[in-house]
Write a protein that binds this ligand. Structure first.
Ligand code: GTP
Ligand code: MG
Length: 202
């Protein structure tokens, strides 16, 4: 079942759990802080420049964006967290929507993998640790991706991988990879994770 990456579109920008699509296709969700590079990574995976909006002002809209990939797969861009200046009402909206996705989602069994993004230069923040613990509690398979790898030199890359591999909230068997949306680094390995977890081939 090969994927046609030219047949991709934004299915819905959902602001409420009742808007989540009910299609019987696998979902892969992308989670991480505002500005960590979720939308850029989705664009890079799909070979598109600006399908997913890359924000200059982080954390502006709180929606879950479902990208329909050839009617066989949804790539799900979760709203970013950890945006310090966000108003309390916005934080509540984030929680309701994200919690809705993981706990009241009628298609939760179709969520095959969460790609948890962590900024390579910063490592896991307190918010990332909370998200990682939550994913473990929900027993949802996840991989950890260090973003913006192009900003690291060889020593920093090694250090980042060590930090992620030895991190207390990341189980030792968790796949960890570095990604650069700018250079396309990590793209083949991440697609391999997605195809392995969905049974869909590229
Ligand atoms: P929110 O939607 O606000 O949660 O942010 P996001 O996680 O979707 O991040 P986004 O993709 O919008 O990227 C945030 C900023 O980081 C933008 O200025 C991007 O150009 C930059 N960025 C993203 N990925 C990379 C990367 O691989 N390398 C470099 N150098 N910059 C990147
Ligand atoms: Mg985004």
């Amino acid at each position: 079942m090969a994927l046609n990456l030219n047949n991709v579109n934004l299915r819905i920008s959902a602001g409420l759990p009742k808007q989540f699509p009910r299609d019987a296709v696998a979902q892969i969700a992308f989670s991480g802080r505002s500005n960590v590079g979720k939308s850029s990574l989705i664009n890079s995976l799909l070979g598109r420049k600006s399908l997913a909006r890359v924000s200059s002002a982080p954390g502006k809209t709180i929606t879950i964006n479902f990208y329909d990939v050839d009617k066989k797969l949804f790539l799900v861009d979760l709203p970013g967290y950890g945006f310090a200046k966000r108003a309390p009402a916005d934080k509540a909206q984030w929680s309701a929507l994200t919690d809705g996705y993981f706990t009241q989602n009628p298609n939760l069994d179709l969520l095959k993998l969460v790609i948890q993004l962590v900024d390579s230069r910063i490592g896991p923040t307190a918010d990332d640790e909370m998200m990682l613990s939550f994913l473990r509690e929900c027993q949802i398979p996840f991989v950890v991706v260090g973003t913006k790898a192009d900003k690291l030199n060889a020593t920093e890359r090694k250090k980042t991988l060590e930090v992620l591999h030895s991190h207390p909230t990341i189980p030792t068997d968790t796949p960890i990879l570095l990604y650069s949306a700018l250079k396309g680094e990590g793209k083949t390995d991440l697609w391999k994770q997605i195809t392995d977890h969905t049974g869909i081939s590229l």
